[in-house]
Design a protein around this ligand. Structure first.
Ligand code: GLU
Length: 446
């Protein structure tokens, strides 16, 4: 129940209208819960119908992707691009290939991305795209044909100053390469229309590591501010061994943390003395971490990745997918000594898990702040493309650290000013909202 009758009305309306979009409704609810007091104190928000304007995507594109598999069968998938909000800059956000992709997941991700991108302080609007295509088990040729056919429709909606997609779950360097190759063939131009490109044709150093590294930089700022401490010797568990989880685990280890647990779609591995990170690094490259790790290492193993949350740790980094950590998992984490949760994925914690952490005074880094390093370095990639000049590794890494520090300060300052110093969820929502709100008023009713 929201205190502001206006917010409650808008929430009831969206809930009725988008009844079959639970992830989107969840994202709106978390956001509205943070905005309650501010909306009551600021009547111009209602007068300008700001919330109604914010929760409606500017454009929602759905299209058919037809392709032929290696056996010669014709396959049909749904492709999407939601161009959620362009108040601050060109639409920007990843493309996800995963069976869970549908209208609801696309809209929640586009909505989250809008606020995440606002927090970076950079000129970026919010978008998301994807398909229910499942890349697991597909051959390289099938992946290429799918990407090419996806781009055959997407190209007409994107452009370096219009909408700049990137990777996400199921879309990495290889897929971006195939997408980019097709875009270039159709448009006959080399531009920064996609980010996460290979280094040989316009990609940026540190882009592939950026989300995971940025997550650790954000956690470092939190530990310094709230506990005058560092990540050194802290026992960390990281879910998901994709781009985000893998690089978060590697950076945490480099900074002196003890990475005790990790997971992938096949299960989880846990060793209270710390995993062998050299082996983790070798095995993650082939996308087969847990199964292969247990062949050569003694450790606790379970074939349900979710059981990772039952293992003791001090810091938990959920980096796999939305709603991967529920109330029961949250209770187990707290009981076993976890004092900080940092979201590497987008909305990995359910709303009740998030609320539970709040009641238990757990330090909590919301995804839209803590995982913004990836999109920030994407903007650096766009800058390098526009300049036709690549930057050095240390230059990009330093800028990434600076951005993550700034994002933390923005969230922390807004939390102090509008809620309480520990409420970074509200801090992140309010700080990003204020930037978007200012732009909305200045750009008029459009
Ligand atoms: N998919 C990433 C995210 O969720 C990166 C988006 C981008 O670089 O545009 O933020």
């Amino acid at each position: 129940m929201l205190k502001s009758p206006y917010l409650q009305r808008v929430f009831d309306e969206v809930r009725n209208k988008d009844l079959n979009q639970p992830e989107f409704i969840q994202a709106v609810e978390t956001f509205f819960l943070s905005m309650d007091e501010l909306v009551i104190q600021t009547p111009s928000i209602e007068k300008n119908a700001v919330m109604e304007r914010l929760i409606e995507p500017e454009r929602f594109i759905q299209f058919k992707v037809t392709w032929v598999d290696d056996q010669g069968s014709i396959k049909i998938n749904r492709g999407y691009r939601v161009q959620f909000n362009s108040l601050l800059g060109p639409f920007k956000g990843g493309i996800r290939f995963h069976p869970s992709v549908n209208e609801s997941t696309m809209k929640f991700l586009g909505f989250e991305q809008t606020f995440k991108n606002a927090l970076t302080g950079l000129p970026l609007g919010g978008a998301k795209g994807g398909s229910d295509f499942n890349p697991i088990g597909k051959s390289d040729q099938e992946i290429m044909r799918f990407c090419q056919n996806y781009m055959l429709e997407l190209y007409r909606h994107i452009g370096p100053n219009t909408d700049v997609p990137a990777g996400d779950i199921g879309v990495g360097n290889r897929e971006i390469g195939y997408l980019y190759g097709m875009y270039k063939k159709i448009q006959n131009e080399h531009t920064g229309v996609l980010t996460g490109k290979g280094l040989s044709y316009g990609g940026s150093l540190v882009r592939k590591e950026a989300t995971g590294y940025g997550l650790c930089y954000f956690v470092t700022e939190m530990l310094k501010t709230y506990r005058r401490d560092t990540i050194e010797d802290k026992k960390v568990i990281v879910s998901g061994s994709g781009k985000v989880g893998y690089h978060a685990a590697i950076k945490a280890f480099e900074l002196g943390a003890v990475v005790v647990g990790m997971s992938d779609i096949n299960g989880f591995i846990y060793d209270q003395n710390g995993l062998d990170m050299k082996a983790v690094s070798d095995l993650c490259v082939n996308g087969d971490l847990t199964k292969k790790y247990i062949e050569t290492h003694e450790c606790i193993y379970g074939n349900n990745p979710r059981d990772l949350w039952q293992q003791p740790c001090e810091i938990a980094m959920p980096c796999a997918i939305q709603n991967e950590l529920n109330l029961e998992d949250a209770k187990a984490l707290v009981k076993n000594g976890c004092f900080l949760v940092a979201e590497g994925a987008n909305m990995p914690c359910t709303l009740d898990a998030e609320n539970y952490f709040r009641t238990q005074n757990i330090l909590f880094a919301p995804g839209k702040a803590a995982n913004a390093g990836g999109v920030a370095v994407s903007l650096f990639e766009m800058s390098q493309n526009a300049q036709h000049y690549p930057w050095r590794y240390d230059e990009v890494d330093e800028k990434l650290k600076g951005i993550m520090r700034d994002i933390f300060i923005k969230c922390y300052s807004a939390a102090i000013k509008y809620k309480d110093p520990y409420d970074l969820i509200s801090g992140a929502n309010i700080a990003s909202f204020l930037r978007i709100y200012e732009a909305m008023l200045e750009e008029g009713i459009v």
